[in-house]
Design a protein around this ligand. Structure first.
Ligand SMILES: Nc1ncnc2c1ncn2[C@@H]1O[C@H](COP(=O)(O)OP(=O)(O)O)[C@@H](O)[C@H]1O
Ligand SMILES: [Mg+2]
Length: 471
């Protein structure tokens, strides 16, 4: 599904959008829709008809991310049972089309959406779609329908996190240049915004200091059929904690080739058969801007998340040199050397149980950037509940919840109504203090005592805070 959302974003970028929202619409039990809202140039009636036609290839500008005239329909209807497209341009009011998966499978036919419905939905997101823009809506998203009734919140926080990482990586160059992408969780009935995750650029080459002198360097490979391909070979500093190093994917998957097509990352790591991934090469990353008209050698794979390279690429690589006459093999050896010499200069941090609901997405992301996740552990969430007066907090070890005494909530929000993610500083401090308790199987008496005095001190603190506020 992440790749499909990225497909929709390609279209928004092609349409000149610089603001995009991916919206999940959910009620208390179910995730209902996925929406993509952009402020691009939009489509009039005839452009909408063309957009819904499968395989109609428009005249693409150079640099366009679209190519086959299929992405919108294929991406949408392989994930949802119904696709609705609503759009308006600077000259035309709202118009729309709808296509059902069964029509897509049969004859690609589509229906027209009532213009007042189109205008109403566009207006609902007028902060993006005025004066022009587009809303793409998926109904009956298959991945949503299999989520258990009480599992929606948990499911969404995982999906939003994973989508966020995916988009931050794929579009990092665009985001750096000013594209704003927000992932928004919206209450389907009230329209209330429950959570917003702003995508920041996640640059897989964003280290501060090179891991080895003499790098990065550019290798020129002559590839039969398409001419010279430039590969920029980087060596990351060893044991980097930089998010651009760690958040890109699983450890062994992060090394290798990063292919860009028109500044859009289409493959994040992997050696495309040239080598096998191994720990020794984990600092080696190579960026390649795919040349125009290189389909003969570099094809997008079926899943659309990577490149299939023909053997001509590997042959070109063998003969490639950089300006100093070095070979690609030498580069790989240097990357191995840097890895070995990197040793254990930095302190190893234990993996942590991640924070979950109740703590601001920005803080959660920061924690993720600092620590690996302790696998198989449910994130720690924070909720305000009624507790006895002498408890500031209680731990629910089973469900990984920190329960906070609702009575003391005002101390953190003053006159304002506290939202789900209120009191980020207090919750972060508590998270840092308590996280290790959720990592342990058995609690010794000493630990229980630590919880006791933490509670006692915080209780005194919050009471003085309230006193101070009402003085
Ligand atoms: N968000 C959008 N804003 C404006 N036009 C769009 C948008 N999404 C799709 N389109 C139009 O629909 C056409 C078909 O899109 P798609 O099926 O993804 O094929 P492709 O992007 O390869 O042309 C695009 O070429 C574009 O003209
Ligand atoms: Mg497209």
């Amino acid at each position: 599904m992440y790749e499909a959302v990225a497909d929709l974003i390609d279209n928004s970028i092609d349409a000149g959008a610089d603001r995009i929202e991916v919206r999940f619409l959910a009620d208390d039990e179910r995730v209902r829709n996925l929406l993509l809202v952009d402020n691009g140039n939009g489509m009039d009636e005839s452009a909408l008809d063309a957009a819904m036609t499968v395989g109609l290839r428009r005249a693409y500008r150079s640099g366009s991310l679209g190519k086959f005239g299929a992405g919108l329909k294929a991406a949408s209807l392989s994930n949802a049972s119904s696709l609705t497209v609503l759009s308006r341009t600077a000259e035309t009011g709202g118009a729309g089309r709808r296509m059902e998966a069964r029509e897509y499978a049969a004859d690609f036919s589509c229906g027209t959406v009532d213009t007042s419905f189109a205008a109403a939905l566009l207006d609902r997101y007028g902060h993006i779609t005025s004066p022009h823009g587009t809303v793409i809506r998926w109904d009956r998203v298959r991945a949503f329908e299999t989520v258990a009734n009480d599992g929606a919140a948990r499911y969404l926080s995982e999906v939003i996190d994973a989508l966020d990482t995916h988009l931050e990586l794929r579009f990092h160059r665009f985001i750096t240049e000013g594209l704003r992408i927000d992932i928004v969780l919206e209450h389907a009935d009230t329209g209330e915004v429950i959570e917003v995750e702003n995508c920041e650029p996640l640059d897989p080459f964003g280290y501060r200091l090179t891991g080895k002198r003499g790098y990065p360097t550019v290798f020129r490979a002559d590839v039969e059929g398409i001419g010279t391909v430039e590969l920029t070979a980087h060596i990351w500093p060893a044991r980097s904690r930089d998010p651009g190093f760690r958040r890109v994917g699983p450890l062994l998957g992060r090394q290798g080739f990063y292919f860009f097509r028109h500044r859009r990352l289409v493959q994040a790591g992997g050696w495309n058969g040239y080598r096998v991934a191994e720990n020794h090469l984990s600092l080696a990353r190579v960026s390649i801007n795919l040349p125009e008209d290189a389909d003969e050698v570099f094809r997008l794979n079926v899943k659309k998340d990577g490149i299939v390279a023909s053997p001509a690429f590997a042959r070109g690589l063998e003969a490639a040199r950089d300006d100093l006459g070095r070979t690609f093999r030498q580069y790989l050896e240097d990357a191995e050397k840097a890895y070995r010499e990197g040793g254990s200069r930095t302190v190893q941090r234990p993996a942590r149980v991640y924070p979950g609901k109740g703590l601001e997405p920005k803080v959660r992301k920061t924690v993720k950037n600092e620590f690996e996740e302790l696998k198989g552990q449910e994130p720690i969430s924070f909720i305000w509940v009624p507790l006895p007066d002498d408890r500031f907090f209680e731990l629910d070890r089973e469900d990984h919840v920190v329960k906070l005494n609702r009575r003391y909530r005002d101390a953190f929000n003053g006159e304002r109504r506290g939202g789900l993610n209120d009191a980020p500083v207090m919750k972060s401090l508590l998270y840092l203090q308590l996280e290790e308790f959720f990592r342990m199987n058995r609690w010794e008496q000493k630990r229980v005592d630590q919880l006791e005095y933490t509670n006692t001190v915080l209780l005194a603190a919050v009471r003085s805070q309230l006193d101070w506020m009402t003085r």
